[in-house]
Design a protein around this ligand. Structure first.
Ligand SMILES: [Zn+2]
Length: 76
């Protein structure tokens, strides 16, 4: 597994790019925002259920648009 560009602090959900990556795991991490430095309290972006907007998600949101039919509201 390749080292991700950043990881997510589970305490404050910030993106953190100051971390040590080894053997496919987060070995050390430190969140500048909340001071969290427990490697277990960080998640990979792909493991994290992202509720917030992220420019990196280009193209991945196309599928849900198919289920969202705006025309149905004009039924009257
Ligand atoms: Zn944090």
């Amino acid at each position: 597994m390749a080292k991700p560009d950043y990881i997510i602090c589970l305490e404050c959900e910030s993106e953190v790019d100051e971390f040590t990556w080894r053997d496919g795991e987060i070995r050390r991490a430190s969140c500048d925002v909340c001071g969290n430095n427990d490697p277990d309290a960080f998640a990979l972006p792909e493991d994290f259920d992202q509720d917030f907007e992220d420019d990196d998600l280009e193209g991945e949101d196309d599928d849900y648009l198919d289920d969202f039919d705006e025309d149905e509201e004009d039924e009257e």
